[in-house]
Design a protein around this ligand. Structure first.
Ligand code: KIV
Length: 281
């Protein structure tokens, strides 16, 4: 049985911190699900860490659905959130509803996430009213990177901080079940966390959020093009992978791989049969 949004909201009430990670494929999702992660985001960060784009902007609905399906197939207990890509929820309410529905109907996830505050509150309300749980996302919203002028901390001036408080309140009122706060000064995310009724999930937003989310490739040390200040490498898989690859290349060259252990035998009688001289026609 998968974790429900009610249980996630209940965790805030009980003061239980919420751990969330991104995942993009079957095998990784299976491992982190077995490790007990309650919330998995199929983030559009896959554009950068899996597909090699420069930003999340080129990511399409089809790419997101493809990866969401894989993550859903690999998991049994985590609540899976599909990240709505750039311009799939802004053009019209109809389009937003249709795309949110694709995530749950075709992708098989249980909720969607979209970026923005007051400007998307009505969209959030309409998606929620169709029975699809929505996670909000404010602060640094990577789909607006050109508008924001780069990957930077948001909410440092009184006006920007007030805007963010209003955005969080608007998402809460619209029925979002949780709100991601990305790259937000710690005292501001503390204030937001105290003021909204639903869990805040921070990434670069300090320790007072109700939960934390990390990009799995940062956590495992898999993506090395850019490591944000707020990322913590719990392991360095890039080293493990490079070392394993070098050993493999070395063994293939030296003829020490494969050994008997990795090879399949053939019964001697079959070989004898094969060696018999063939009758001439
Ligand atoms: O796409 C993503 O991975 C995200 C997280 C950083 C919250 O939106």
């Amino acid at each position: 049985m998968r974790i429900s949004i009610t249980q996630i909201k209940e965790m805030k009430r009980k003061g239980e911190k919420i751990a969330m990670l991104t995942a993009y494929d079957y095998s990784t999702a299976k491992l982190i699900d077995e490790a007990g992660i309650p919330l998995i985001l199929v983030g559009d960060s896959l554009g950068m860490v899996v597909l090699g784009y420069e930003s999340t902007i080129p990511v399409t609905m089809d790419e997101m659905i493809h990866h969401t399906k894989a993550v859903v197939r690999g998991t049994k207990q985590a609540l899976i959130v599909g990240d709505m890509p750039f311009m799939t929820y802004q053009v019209s309410f109809d389009e937003a509803l249709r795309n949110a529905a694709r995530f749950v109907q075709q992708g098989g996830c249980q909720a969607v996430k979209l970026e923005g505050g007051e400007s998307v509150a009505e969209t959030v309300k309409r998606i929620v009213s169709c029975g699809i749980p929505v996670m909000g996302h404010i602060g640094l919203t990577p789909q607006s990177i050109h508008q924001l002028g780069g990957f930077k901390i948001v909410g440092k001036t009184p006006e920007a901080a007030l805007r963010m408080l209003n955005d969080a309140a608007a998402l809460d009122a619209a029925g979002a079940f949780a709100i991601v706060l990305e790259c937000v000064p710690e005292p501001l995310s503390k204030l937001i966390t105290e003021q909204v009724s639903v869990p805040t999930i921070g990434i670069g937003a300090g320790k007072h959020c109700d939960g934390q989310v990390q990009v799995i490739s940062d956590l495992l040390g898999l993506y090395t093009d850019f490591v944000p200040k707020h990322a913590k490498q719990y392991t360095r898989l890039f080293e493990v992978i490079k070392n394993a690859t070098s050993s493999y290349i070395g063994e293939v060259k030296a003829g020490t791989f494969p050994t008997e252990k990795q090879s399949y035998p053939l019964d001697e009688s079959v070989l004898t049969e094969l060696r018999k001289p063939k009758p001439k026609r």
